[in-house]
Design a protein. Sequence first.
Length: 888
Amino acid sequence: MSKEKKYRIGTYLILIPAILFLFPKVYAQHESKTINDSWKFYQGECKAAASATYDDSAWNSIHLPHTWNTDAYTEKKYYQGTGWYRRTLTLPQNWQTKQVFLKLDAASKAATIYMNGRKIGEHNGGYTACTFDITPFCSFDAPNSLAIHVDNARQDIPPISADFTFFGGIYRDVWLTAVPKQHFHLTNYGSEGIFISTPQVSEEKGTILIRGEIKNDAEQKASLELEHIIYNPDGSIAQTQKQSIQIKGGELYSFRTETAPILSPRLWAPEAPHLYRIESILRDKKTKAILDHSNHHTGFRWFSFDGKTGFSLNGKPYKLRGICRHQDQKTIGVALTDEMHRRDMKLMKEMGANFIRISHYPQDDALLEMCDKLGMLAWEEIPIIDIVPGTPGYAENCENNLREMIRQHYNHPSIITWGYMNEILLVTQRRYKKEEELKPVLERTLSLANRLEKVLKEEDSTRVSTMAFHGSNSYNEVGLGNITDIVGWNLYQGWYGGDLTGFERFLTEQHKKHPSHPMIVSEYGAGSDKRLHSLQPHAFDFSIEYQQKYLEHYLPILEETPYICGGTHWNFIDFSSALRDESMPRINNKGLVYSGRSPKDVYYYYKAAWRQDIPVLHIASRDWTHRSGVQHGKAPVPLPVKVYTNLPEVELFIDGKSLGKQKTENYTVTFQVPFSRKKHFISAQAENKESDQSISMIEDALHINFTPIPANLNETNLRNLELAVNVGSNCFYTSDESQLTWLPDQPYTESSWGYIGGESRNSQTQVENTHDGPLFQTLRNEIEGYCFDVPNGVYEVEFLFTDIFRENAATVYQLGRESGVESRENIFDIVINGESVEENFSPCRESGYFHALRKRYNITNFRNKIEIRFPVRNGKSFLNGIKLRKLY
Ligand code: GCB
Ligand code: CA
């Protein structure tokens, strides 16, 4: 430690007693605290609850943050309606001379606030804060009753359509603030009333512009002094600015101060997020008593987006390595604590991301604070999604939400762009096919976009505007393509449709057509489910392996195409989308981390690619620790084991024995590993050369369990075998409930087992009556039979059926994807070794469409073979799963 620093600490030590002495006098003026505890909640309508004397003793006791929609994890039709929150507020006597404010950080989607039976005000918008001056409603003789009516069913407030759950409730903090009569303007669209920007910024010098308003809530005029102290990132004072203010009673006074240039400012960047602090102090001019007091951070950074060269930060080309982030977590919904938001930011940072798309709505202040402090550039947006409805008041609410978002988060240097529409033509075009129906919807969409663009620029000229489009050129055709400064493309080639290479083809084409338009790939992703694994993964099988394959294709293109500013992966988390079915009903499982935030293996692909500052080596099989495979004789079963790494070469070991070294390509190395035992110890090693002198060994290791399934079934290997087959699927499926693995299907060959005839089909509709949905969602259509060449004995054969042959509207979020399933009724027999065990069997009659059905038969095999046939009576035959066990 330098001498100078020691000396400084010494001075601070001497100052501390003096500060402690001064503190209560100086800072007690502006008091702010959360009132998250001691609330009562009622779900439903209860008009009388606004009244001061209403008896809420029968209501539930809750604390904030709170949502009433934990049902969205089980119900498609989660509760969208109203709820009431009540609590009492006992105010300190010394607040009588003050101005008192109530702030709701978020109540979804709309809130009406009552105090002592009187209406204070209302707020429309579920993702932005609102502040009310409650002074005239406050009582100091008796406890006050506070009642808040919340509604998440409103159709005039965005979002009204989207692929996520519109959780209802007061799900962020509620604050109570008391300040002297002269104070910063606290009812300015939920902001703190102070706006900070850096009008001049370069490596040589930067200035800070501080704007805001002061309110005098007294009747008399006041003489005030406003001081801004600018602190360097190291805490030392850079400058102070002082001004005198005369303000009449009831008046609002605007101030605007630009600092003198700060020379060679320390720049803000994700790699070094240096923050300058601005402390604004409002004093009584005469007594010097502090009236109000406020702190903000700012950072010196500049950026540009270019259609040809992409994004640049502080004058240098810079790739935006981003993720989109939803804000929920199973099973608590959106009622996350601040530390949970911070945890997410740390996980993203740890992964190496430098950019976040705060999607699809403004998020918690705790998140924004971390963007600034950890260094994460940000895109924030309001939730106008899928379609612009004609509902009266909608556009007005959009405009207000936009102003609120910008004013509330204006001071965060991390934010570089504001957005206001996502895939706005998606539902528009699906719903209105006829030209004359479509026309007025397009007109109001364009008119809202133009209106919001104007508001955005009026509110903030220091950042750029953006919109996100789905992969259709119509945005350009209808004139939405050139409204915002930059455009985001949400691209899912190789997922919802087309093949993986469609991604680069789409980008190339757009770039050719609009070479000057800066582009971000604002979404791309594929779903994955830890229960599903495949050696031949394909789109929509929800295997962990297809998600990896998809992302391993997309990321290099994003990294290597200079005109692409960057990408934001969809989504950081497996998030709640109550309307969705697929492999995990109610969940969109495109996350890089699970809903509980434990990373999927593919998280480490990103980490390997993006963290160049540390060695990354991860055996990508945490999601697949229970493996199974078909074994020929006693030969080991070769199965791939992948390693994600940013080191040049990896050596892999099985139970201590080396499988040799391989060179890394695209941050991956894949070994064919011979599995033969119940449990193997797999380890990986790689040299990390920090310099010529210093080489260290980086290691990772894990256990993988293995269950071999004999290709040829005989007396000895059958005894304890449970041969379970995921019929119609390329995937291994391991049940969460039983841990049993169902093998991918195979065609029958002599002396082995497998299906005869038919073709694979699948459905994305939820299957009722089971926890093993994915097993039932795949089937073999028009199957003729199934055969096991097994020795004589007594066997148990189990069939799994679910009739999926009913047209079921695919959700709009399956973008271009059609289910392709025709409606029909299927009736067939089940014949085992020549004997009918079922005649005129109709799975849908027995249990209903999309219901899981399991049928088990004990049979005695005299033919050294179990041959099953499905003669058809009506429609077609099918089979979803089959299981064989030898009993005797
Ligand atoms: C999109 C939407 C997003 C969805 C996502 C998906 O394009 O913008 O809200 O969740 O696709 O997973 O389909
Ligand atoms: Ca199946």
